[in-house]
Design a protein around this ligand. Structure first.
Ligand code: UT7
Length: 329
């Protein structure tokens, strides 16, 4: 392998809309209850963006916070990567919209589509550009306004999703958060497990697709559940083995915030104490590609990580896709 540069995290940031959608609120819309949702998912509330707010608006705020944390001028950015499954438009990309709003005049901009694994894919992509010396400063954002693709007539999905954004600045030779490895996987044979059936070139928007509510997310929850538990355990185990990580040098596992029971089942298989796993799903629900950068930002601010300790970021989602990134703080 050609010589690669050390790449670390210069700063993290996150942004959540103010409006809270509680389980109580949802129980007034569909046949559900706070008790059922908390017991089956661990979610108590999620955030909901205003009608006029899109993914680029949330992503922009998270980006500003990550750049502020790094004391970094957006004009010096080389590349902006945005992971999202709820982009402002089919095109232009959400990354281009953020690039303009940030005033990142010399940055390239690109969206990455890997659903809930999107941030892991984007972080891994950004890492390659910096490690090879092509670029020095890459901004990686995960931003979602999932509530606009959520069917509030379907109690099996509408309880799960929320809005938010998180961002990370990748820099050559940054002091903290050195990326050690990534592990990206996919299995397109499971493409129909979670999907938005219409609105793309397969089923373009029509009166029929709208009437049949085909522009909302659909999923087979039980299948996702089993897939997520096994992939989370598999990826974390592989990372710990590869980097010789034990409980002493494991700072935190930051999983995609999919369902508290999924996370707990995987953690049980791994024999890792739950205190080493960052969980905020109770407050934000599942924010897809935004969940890991939001959780990582909070984990950093809550002092979950100390120098020399490792962080394992792990995600799984539609595609099917799954993946992990391992860091040393
Ligand atoms: O990022 C990836 C996105 N995907 C996910 O996050 C989904 C992962 N999967 C899950 O989180 C879980 O499978 C769910 C939370 C979606 C469902 O939990 P479950 O324990 O797998 O429940 P279930 O699907 O087996 O349903 C059990 C019962 C059913 O009733 P019957 O058939 O037993 O009478 C459902 O109709 O619960 C019913 N049910 C509900 N009841 C009250 C389903 N949704 C609700 C609800 N409130 N919101």
């Amino acid at each position: 392998m050609a010589e690669v540069r050390r790449v670390g995290i210069g700063g993290t940031g996150s942004f959540l809309p103010d409006t809270r959608l509680t389980n109580e609120d949802l129980s007034r819309i569909v046949d559900t209850s706070d008790e059922w949702i908390v017991e089956r998912t661990g979610i108590r509330e999620r955030r909901k963006a205003a009608p006029e707010t899109a993914a680029s608006d949330l992503g922009l705020e998270a980006a500003k916070r990550a750049l502020d944390a790094a004391n970094f001028d957006p004009e010096d950015l080389d590349l902006i990567l945005v992971a999202t499954l709820s982009p402002d438009h089919i095109f232009p990309s959400t990354a281009c919209l953020i690039q303009n709003k940030l005033g990142a005049k010399k940055a390239g901009a690109l969206d990455i589509s890997a659903a809930c694994s999107g941030f892991i894919y984007a972080l891994s992509t950004g890492w390659q550009f910096v490690a090879t010396g092509q670029y020095d400063n890459v901004l990686v954002i995960g931003s979602e306004v999932l509530t606009k693709f959520t069917d509030y007539q379907d109690r099996t999905t509408c309880i799960l999703f929320g809005d938010g954004a998180g961002a990370v600045l990748l820099q050559a030779n940054a002091e903290r958060g050195e990326i050690l490895s990534c592990n990206l996987r996919g299995d397109g044979s499971g493409g129909d497990v979670m999907t938005v059936p219409a609105g793309g070139s397969r089923n373009p928007a029509s009166i029929e697709t709208v009437t049949q509510r085909m522009h909302y997310m659909t999923m087979r929850g039980k299948e996702v559940y089993k897939f997520a538990v096994s992939k989370m355990a598999e990826l974390v185990r592989a990372s710990m083995k590869k980097h010789d990580i034990g409980l002493a040098n494991l700072g935190v596992v930051v999983p995609h915030q999919v369902n508290r029971r999924i996370i707990e089942s995987a953690v049980k298989r791994l024999h890792i104490p739950l205190e080493k796993v960052y969980i905020n799903i109770d407050r934000y629900g599942n924010t897809s590609a935004a969940s890991i950068p939001i959780a990582l930002d909070e984990a950093v601010r809550d002092n979950y990580l100390h120098p020399g300790q490792h962080a394992i970021l792990v995600a799984f989602g539609a595609g099917l896709t799954w993946g992990s990134v391992t860091l040393r703080w």
